[in-house]
Design a protein around this ligand. Structure first.
Ligand SMILES: [Zn+2]
Length: 343
């Protein structure tokens, strides 16, 4: 057994801090199809206050921090329901925790342009409030290709440092927009800034179509973020094929204690463990590959620089990869800037 493991912290490349910790508290989880729960979330969102968002996001963040995470990229909903309250709250959180964790924000169009046309101007306003990325969702509008183009157009106009898409989240083959997303990124020269989150339909299309799509992603330079808790409702993407093709892969906690996921620890090792079980990352090299996803340097140079300046140390009592994935332990000790804690 390797005795201990000292790292700069773990990375969580996809979260929704603004919607975190709704359950239990202001919401009771009731199981229903995703669109129904989306409707309930919109009702809650319309009542969000900046203070309320801040407090819930902080509680979710503190849980992530307690498990050794030092980089979090979180989406933040921007639409006429919540306006820019989420962005304001999370910009404050980002500043207040800057000595402990690097938080990047992605202004997110969760509800679609068709439902709320005003979202376009709100997204532009959000990106003027601070350095942040822009996020779309390939299934939120009936015309997914038009949605993708509109997000890319905005990203180009506003010079967004990164662009993220919840991609083919239903897992259904008929919702397979990943090839279009990759081709459009390549033709605009944006690929290195584009993250495709989920890519569930890739799991369910024929092998040949999947191979073609992965080829397009590689030539476009797209990154993929896998959120293992998505297994609750659909198949996880072809993680091993993407790894073998050389696609940069990272993991995200996704929703935490809300109407999309009433659980969620914020413990990145636990999410890696879940993926290990679901897709049999059992061989030593495969286990190491999972761990590497939690340690990947941010692609964005500014985020990488901030992380290197964080001067963080997270110490685990074992450096044995199998043990880390088996037990998903809390760090034995952490030092971030001036703050120091130990368990
Ligand atoms: Zn998400």
């Amino acid at each position: 057994m390797t005795q201990s493991w000292q790292i700069r912290g773990l990375s969580n490349e996809h979260a929704h801090l603004d919607k975190g910790m709704l359950v239990p508290g202001s919401a009771v989880y009731t199981d229903a199809p995703a669109p129904v729960r989306g409707g309930w979330t919109r009702e809650h969102k319309a009542g969000f206050t900046k203070q309320g968002i801040y407090e819930r996001a902080e509680a979710a963040l503190q849980q992530m921090l307690s498990y050794g995470t030092t980089y979090v990229r979180t989406h933040v909903d921007v639409d006429p329901l919540v306006g820019l309250k989420g962005v304001e709250a999370l910009l404050e959180l980002q500043a207040n925790y800057a000595d402990r964790v690097v938080i990047d924000l992605t202004a997110f169009n969760q509800e679609g342009f068709e439902r709320y046309a005003e979202t376009e101007e709100l997204l532009a306003e959000a990106l003027r409030m601070g350095r942040m990325g822009i996020g779309g969702h390939t299934l939120t509008d009936s015309d997914g290709q038009a949605h993708i183009r509109r997000i890319y157009d905005l990203a180009e106009r506003l010079d967004a440092p990164w662009i993220e898409f919840h991609t083919d989240e239903s897992g259904k083959p008929e919702h397979f927009l990943l090839p279009y997303l990759a081709r459009e990124a390549a033709s605009r020269g944006l690929g290195s800034r584009v993250y495709a989150i989920h890519c569930n339909s890739l799991a369910n299309v024929p092998d040949e179509a999947a191979e073609d799509a992965i080829g397009l992603m590689v030539s476009a330079g797209l990154q993929v973020i896998v959120c293992p808790t998505a297994i609750a409702t659909r198949a996880i993407t072809r993680t091993k094929d993407l790894l073998a093709a050389g696609v940069r892969l990272t993991l995200g906690s996704d929703n935490m204690s809300d109407l999309f996921n009433p659980l969620g620890s914020g413990n990145m090792l636990q999410y890696a463990q879940l993926l290990a079980y679901v897709q049999r990352f059992y061989e030593p090299g495969e286990q190491q590959a999972l761990l590497d996803m939690l340690l990947a340097e941010p692609v964005d140079a500014e985020a990488a620089l901030k992380l290197s300046q964080l001067d963080a140390e997270v110490l685990y009592s074992t450096g044995d990869v199998r043990e880390l994935l088996t037990h998903a332990p809390r760090p034995a000790a952490m030092r971030r800037g001036a703050a120091s804690t130990s368990n």
